[in-house]
Design a protein around this ligand. Structure first.
Ligand SMILES: C[S@@+](CC[C@H](N)C(=O)[O-])C[C@H]1O[C@@H](n2cnc3c(N)ncnc32)[C@H](O)[C@@H]1O
Length: 247
């Protein structure tokens, strides 16, 4: 019996227990009063095992500063590009009052069964999970369809981290954000462990053209860093693909 085979067998056998354990963690979270710091800590690591683990790779001070800014906005609708293990989805589910739309290339897998129970019980907040490539125009149409005419209050871009990829996400989705809303880009720190992560290159071109704040704990850090854009009360313009940020 090979190790990977044994591992798969163990994982399958423990799946029902892991699933119930995650449900218990979510219920325990909701049993205590609402608090942004707790929501951030749960987003960083809600716990769980294997495919049922919900977590996010974030610097606590950075995601907490972002969560406070988002909370102050009292957002109705939040859209996230990049779900991964559901950590930030959990956080947005505590902060939105109507709808969270999360998008990823990959299907959510087993932990996805818990996403409907991320929002506080009785809040009426709906979580929509969309699987596909954010750069695909048909996928963007699906997002627009799910919005059903509502503007986005907060957009979190944490998907394709290449310079062209993050630029495309900003160009395609930021115009859907309402005047006065927020857009955040994750991983703007110039030093990154993965060479193709070049959000910083786009951020350096974008920041001088908008109302921008860099939330970066340590200027020497490797990875992380959040670029926050406060959308002017005059909107970014109608949803179009013509937006240009000079190279
Ligand atoms: C850094 S992870 C997101 C982490 C998550 N926001 C969190 O902090 O909990 C990036 C995710 O973006 C997804 N992704 C990358 N390129 C994408 C694309 N073009 N469209 C949609 N999702 C994409 C990847 O599959 C990956 O799961």
């Amino acid at each position: 019996m090979s190790d990977p085979w044994l591992k798969r067998l163990r994982r399958r056998a423990s799946a029902p227990f892991d699933r119930r354990a995650l449900a218990r963690r979510i219920a325990a979270y909701h049993a205590a009063p609402r608090d942004v710091e707790r929501a951030v800590d749960a987003a960083i690591d809600l716990g769980g095992r294997g495919a049922y683990r919900v977590k996010s790779v974030q610097r606590r001070s950075e995601i907490l500063a972002l969560a406070r800014a988002v909370d102050a906005l009292a957002p109705r609708v939040i859209v996230e590009i990049g779900t991964h293990r559901g950590g930030t989805l959990f956080l947005w589910s505590q902060l939105a009052s109507e709808r969270v739309i999360t998008c990823d290339l990959e299907a959510p897998g087993p932990r996805g069964v818990s996403y409907d129970s991320f929002p506080p019980p009785g809040s009426g907040v709906r979580v929509d999970v969309l699987t596909g490539d954010s750069h695909d125009s048909l996928f963007r149409e699906r997002v627009v369809e799910r919005l059903g005419g509502r503007p986005i209050d907060f957009l979190f871009i944490d998907g394709d981290h290449t310079e062209d990829g993050v630029e495309a996400d900003y160009r395609d989705y930021a115009p859907l954000v309402r005047p006065g809303g927020l857009v955040a880009l994750h991983d703007i720190a110039p030093r990154q462990a993965i060479a193709t992560n070049r959000v910083d290159a786009f951020w350096r071109r974008l920041a001088p053209t908008v109302d921008a704040e860099a939330i970066v704990e340590d200027s020497d850090q490797v990875g992380f860093g959040i670029g926050l854009v406060r959308v002017a009360s005059e909107s970014l313009g109608p949803p179009s693909r013509g937006m240009q940020v000079d190279r």
